[in-house]
Design a protein around this ligand. Structure first.
Ligand code: ACO
Length: 396
């Protein structure tokens, strides 16, 4: 009798981690070595000329908004920012766990999105109109979850509990306001706005693929987004923006306050010798650099320069680390590396970096869920069996 492994034809060969495997089609985004394109618009163009609301509409609805469409879309987001009381109560209940570290903000955000699903009147519908309504509501509410969570961690009254913030602030500006209780400067607002544009979409990355797998069973939007948040949390994916900043803090602790290049390089050599993965570096698709990283690095560095020597020193340390990674390993930074430094100099608490990624990527995930539902086929690959050969239960 053939072994069970051998019987599992046709899976004779496979690619670990599905590297290079084409797993489907999409009209939403093209990730190329030379460009990152959202529905026909290149990322540098969007980062320079668009706002997050423009990009969110583009991704969710499928075309560039007219002036009226954009105004209506922004109003819809603003009108949907506030959270149901049940979610606020949950966030308050999670406060002690957030404070003692049992739960991290990504976990609490994941559960809050799941509860929002329980309360959404369209929860069980997966037609295009219902999906779009849910996508807008999630896009509007996720920054409020993040803001309230941070207020609870900081022991401050919830900012904008009734309204979800300040209707005069943009999505990015309101996110900062909800978290801190402070109105952002124009520079802070635009930097967060651009970071949200850069993070919004990236074709079949791990979390988006997870959302498509869930949607492919004809499950619902909130379920798909809940799963996607779990996938994004990992440090090999979105969690790398927090992990990159933690790594830079570790280097600073180990080498002291001055940027002694020899000490930084020695730290890196030790990390190489220990075969450590340096967070915020490398990418499954981009092997010649992540198009998003220099855009965010430039904006973050400008904030640091406006703030003073200590903040600039962080960027200088990052630049030494980057140069060495490129020189000795030929590995480029991904967007999470400058993101960590940028959010840090803005005073944003590190555990909220990945939730802010969610506040942006919700648009890409939702667009993919809608695309999957519109032309569905169950996603169900096969595996190569490597377990024991067939045996009898009775004889064991
Ligand atoms: N630090 C050190 N070495 C690295 C790194 C890194 N960050 N990234 C890749 N390498 C090395 C690997 O060790 C491997 O070396 P080897 O061939 O000698 O074993 C080689 O480069 C190829 O790397 P893989 O791990 O095979 O590349 P893969 O495509 O599987 O991984 C990944 C991509 C997961 C992003 C990886 O580069 C990594 O772990 N980076 C750190 C985490 C990170 O920053 N994630 C964010 C990704 S971007 C995003 O999600 C928004």
């Amino acid at each position: 009798m053939a072994t069970a492994a051998a019987s599992n034809a046709p899976a004779a060969s496979f690619t670990r981690g599905l590297e290079g495997v084409v797993a489907g089609e999409t009209e939403i985004c093209s990730v190329e070595q030379g460009a990152l394109i959202y529905r026909g618009y290149e990322i540098h163009d969007l980062a320079q000329h668009a706002t997050f609301e423009d990009v969110a509409f583009l991704l969710l609805v499928g075309h560039r908004a007219s002036k009226d469409e954009l105004r209506f879309f922004k109003d819809e987001l603003i009108a949907n920012r506030a959270l149901p009381n049940q979610v606020v109560e949950y966030l308050r209940a999670a406060g002690p766990m957030l404070k003692d570290g049992t739960a991290v903000p990504m976990d609490v955000l994941r559960t809050a999105v799941s509860i929002l699903g329980n309360m959404d009147k369209d929860a069980q519908k997966i037609d295009a109109e219902a999906n779009l309504r849910k996508a807008k509501r999630l896009t509007a509410k996720i920054p409020t979850v993040i803001g309230h969570m941070q207020n609870i961690i900081d022991g401050r009254d919830l900012v904008g509990q009734e309204t979800g913030g300040d209707a005069n602030l943009s999505h990015a500006g309101n996110l900062y306001y909800m978290m801190t209780g402070k109105k952002p400067s124009a520079q802070y607002e635009r930097t967060i706005d651009v970071s949200l544009i850069l993070y919004a979409e990236h074709d079949y990355n791990a979390s988006t693929f997870a959302s498509r797998v869930i949607a492919g069973t004809l499950s619902d939007m909130h379920g798909a987004v809940t799963g996607a948040i779990a996938a994004l949390k990992g440090p090999l994916h979105g969690g790398a923006n927090e992990a990159a900043m933690d790594m830079l803090s570790e280097i600073r602790r180990d080498i002291g306050p001055a940027n002694d290049k020899a000490k930084i390089e020695a730290w890196m050599h030790k990390a190489f010798a220990e075969k450590r993965k340096l967070m915020g570096f490398g990418h499954r698709v981009y092997k010649n650099g992540d198009h998003r990283a220099p855009i965010l690095h430039g904006l973050g560095r400008k904030i640091a320069e406006a703030q003073g020597a200590e903040q600039v020193a962080l960027f200088e340390m990052g630049e030494i680390v980057q140069a060495q990674m490129l020189r000795e390993k030929n590995i480029h930074p991904n967007v999470d590396f400058p993101c960590g430094m940028t959010y840090f100099v803005m005073g944003i608490p590190v555990p909220q970096y990945t939730p802010i990624f969610v506040a942006s990527r919700i648009t890409g995930w939702a667009a993919h869920v809608m695309e999957q539902h519109a032309n569905n086929r169950l996603i169900r690959p096969v595996s190569v069996y490597t377990g024991p050969a067939l045996k009898k239960w009775k004889d064991a």
